[in-house]
Design a protein around this ligand. Structure first.
Ligand code: SAM
Length: 196
């Protein structure tokens, strides 16, 4: 594959985007494997500034994307785990609060939560939702209030609604004004992205 041209415009754009990446905001997808949903979520992640997304895929296969991603899977790394326990343990070990988007009894309105803390939003499978185990391992449950006839949103829509609230709070807190990646990490990613 040909290496993309290093024009000043492209280099500036890559630097700008990396300087807005939020290494402490992410999603954890539990068995969300329909390519159009996965692709739509990664596209939202890119728009919001998520650096790396996380997914549990018990089959261990590489998730597939389709044109819905708009090419965003090139810019948002996806870390895959064999099970939900190891995924949550990894994120908690890195200091993330894990918020399950889950319509449980005690779930808080998603707007009542502080997304300026290191945050992973856990989203469940299209059919089954967040598993009992994942719900129990999460720090908090959040919900998008539903006022209609249908019980839930499509998973990629739910992801977008929650992530853009996180973006709103982080813009207000000045999180997009200065790079949040360490200088060395940003530089390494810059060199890597230039080749993509
Ligand atoms: N029947 C499933 C259930 O009982 O949870 C519905 C799953 S829904 C289509 C897929 C995922 O989107 C859910 O697991 C949840 O993470 C997210 N989701 C959808 N609507 C939501 C809402 N109103 N509030 C919070 N999360 C929601």
């Amino acid at each position: 594959m040909a290496v993309p041209e290093r024009t000043p415009e492209r280099m500036a754009r890559i630097r700008e985007v990396l300087s807005r990446r939020q290494p402490d905001l992410t999603v954890l997808l539990e068995n969300v494997h329909k390519p159009h949903n996965l692709s739509a979520i990664l596209r939202t992640c890119d728009a919001v500034g998520v650096l790396r997304a996380h997914a549990v895929n018990p089959t261990g296969g590489v998730p597939t994307f389709n044109e819905t991603s708009g090419g965003s899977h090139k810019w948002v790394e996806l870390q895959v785990y064999p099970d939900i326990q190891s995924a949550i343990a990894h994120l908690k070990g890195q200091g993330f609060q894990v918020l399950a988007a889950h319509l449980s009894e005690g779930a808080l309105d998603f707007r009542e939560v502080d997304y300026t803390k290191p945050t992973a939003v856990l989203l469940g499978a299209e059919k089954w939702g967040v598993s009992e185990e994942a719900a129990a391992l999460s720090d908090l449950h959040i919900k998008i209030p539903m006022m209609g006839m249908v019980q839930s949103l499509n998973v990629s829509v739910a992801a977008a609604v929650i992530l853009f609230e996180a973006q709103r709070q982080r813009i207000r807190a000045g999180f997009y004004d200065v790079p949040r990646l360490e200088k060395e990490a940003l530089e390494a990613l810059f060199q890597d992205w230039l080749k993509r």
